[in-house]
Design a binder for this molecule. Structure first.
Ligand code: PGA
Length: 263
């Protein structure tokens, strides 16, 4: 298997693997707390080079932070508003997300794009806002079934990557993760084949190489999402350009999520 390495002052490092659970609009605070307690027990150790994050709803972030603080599990928000503060009823800023204990934030999930009108431009503004607050953004990209069937996959992915990362510097890229989530594979039980995932991941790395150079591209985590489960995670992770997974449905069950984390 091909592995990518980064050389810095401390020596040679592989790209770390990130397995993140996106809970979407599921779990009350007591349910989230119970899950976090069980997960913390299960994940008192992790394989070398592996990171785990969970993304509860906004209302559960603070309570979950109190449980997983000091553990190996990182806390992630599912969205943020691009402004630092202001009269934006119902919205949450990057600083508030940090305040609640998060290190990571998901940006531009396809449900946000299709159901809530997010665009490449707003995704970019959210990326800037997250980075300015010191959050690590997980930027989601992915084509719809219609776009795939029309042969537009590569142009859609290229546009989403370039527009989403617009004006970000190489230093910013050190904390960015890209999640490739084909929209047709999200919540449908249809997974991209490992080869389909690899094809797009390699394409994304190529775009990042062209824009930022090979050093940045060779250390960029590109994770896959879309019906990941304990049965398909190993084959997906065996692909050289797949550096982790963004897991929806299967992340709501502790046992399934732990199996995915320990693939
Ligand atoms: P799924 O969702 O695993 O339920 O397909 C993935 C996601 O939306 O991030």
């Amino acid at each position: 298997m091909i592995r990518r390495f980064r050389i810095d002052e401390g020596g040679v490092h592989m790209i770390r693997t990130l397995i993140a659970g996106n809970w979407k609009m599921y779990k009350t605070i007591p349910e989230a707390v119970d899950f976090a307690e069980r997960l913390k027990e299960e994940l008192s150790t992790l394989p070398e080079g592996r990171d785990v994050a969970i993304a509860p709803t906004f209302t559960a972030l603070h309570a979950v932070s109190g449980i997983i603080g000091g553990s190996l599990i990182k806390l992630c928000a599912q969205n943020l508003h691009e402004a630092a503060e202001g009269a934006f009823t119902g919205e949450i800023s990057a600083a508030m997300i940090c305040d609640a204990g998060c290190s990571h934030v998901i940006i531009g999930h396809s449900e946000r794009r299709t159901l809530f009108g997010e665009t490449d431009a707003s995704v970019n503004r959210k990326m800037q806002s997250a980075l300015a607050a010191g959050l690590k953004p997980i930027m989601c990209i992915g084509e719809t079934l219609e776009q795939r069937e029309c042969g537009e996959t590569f142009s859609v992915i290229e546009r989403q990557v370039k527009a989403g990362l617009h004006d970000l510097g190489a230093g910013d890229m050190a904390v960015v993760t890209i999640a490739y989530e084909p929209v047709w594979a999200i919540g449908t039980g249809k997974t991209a084949t490992p080869e389909q995932a690899q094809e797009i991941h390699a394409f994304v790395r190529g775009i990042v190489t062209a824009v930022y150079g090979s050093d940045v591209a060779a250390t960029l985590p590109i994770i896959y999402g879309g019906s990941v489960n304990p049965g398909n995670i190993s084959a997906i992770m065996a692909q050289p350009d797949v550096n982790g997974a963004l897991v929806g449905g299967a992340s709501l069950d502790v046992d399934k999520f732990v199996k995915i984390v320990r693939y």
